[in-house]
Design a protein around this ligand. Structure first.
Ligand code: PLP
Length: 215
């Protein structure tokens, strides 16, 4: 398996299927060692995704100091007691979904004089085991984050329910994203990124199709 070949194939497929905008590939490196990921870093790719603060910190802190163009994206559930560390290591948070967390992130990024980019995660299927905000709460939450806390909210993020019909869910989140005039939309993973692009994904989060299967 060659990571660069996988990555280039995905980039080409995306390019061939793009409707109207450029789409960023976040290479989801969770569970993989830095050694395994390194060829893609050296290849010049800048955007990587992790789902645990501690793992990201261990893996990326030293490299981020020497390669300051790297963008790290937090794509997993984030507890507010980890907000301080998250602000230090990450550049984007894709899992913003509650006021306590938003408030803590706002406080910590002020302390650090750092401004992260945020995606509000929506729980499209109201699934208990998944993070994310209910659609009905979006308006109030967005106002709170953007007006009261001055967080830079770029768009919505979702992980669709695993019901073999991602398009239905992508359509729904894409419409919601438009209603709020967001510029960015974080949807699509290894199995469904081409469908996600059809619905305007600006960021696809791809792990196993690049790095191989996770144990
Ligand atoms: C792990 C993960 C991905 C990548 O999943 P693949 O199927 O390996 O592409 C994308 N988004 C989130 C939120 C994840 O946790």
């Amino acid at each position: 398996m060659n990571i660069i070949t996988n990555f280039e194939k995905i980039k080409q497929e995306i390019k061939n299927n793009l409707l109207h905008r450029d789409t960023k590939v976040i290479a989801v490196s969770k569970t993989f060692s830095l050694e395994h990921i390194m060829p893609l870093v050296q290849y010049g790719h800048k955007d990587f995704g992790e789902n645990k603060v501690q793992e990201a910190e261990k893996k990326w802190t030293a490299l981020k100091k020497t390669t300051n163009t790297l963008n790290l994206h937090m794509i997993g559930r984030l507890q507010s007691n980890k907000a301080k560390k998250a602000v230090e290591i990450f550049d984007y948070i894709h899992s913003l979904d509650n006021e306590k967390l938003a408030k803590e992130l706002s406080k910590r990024q002020k302390e650090k004089e750092k401004s992260l980019g945020y995606f509000i995660q929506i729980n499209l299927g109201s699934e208990e085991q998944k993070g994310g905000l209910e659609i009905n709460d979006l308006k109030n939450f967005y106002d709170y984050c953007s007006k009261e806390l001055s967080l830079s909210v770029l768009g919505l993020m979702a992980i669709p329910p695993n019901d073999k019909n991602p398009e239905k869910h992508f359509k729904k989140i894409s419409e919601l994203n438009k209603q709020f005039n967001f510029e960015h939309l974080s949807i699509g993973m290894s199995n469904d990124y081409l469908q996600a692009i059809k619905y305007g994904a600006s960021h696809v989060r791809i792990g196993s199709a690049i790095f191989g299967s996770r144990n």
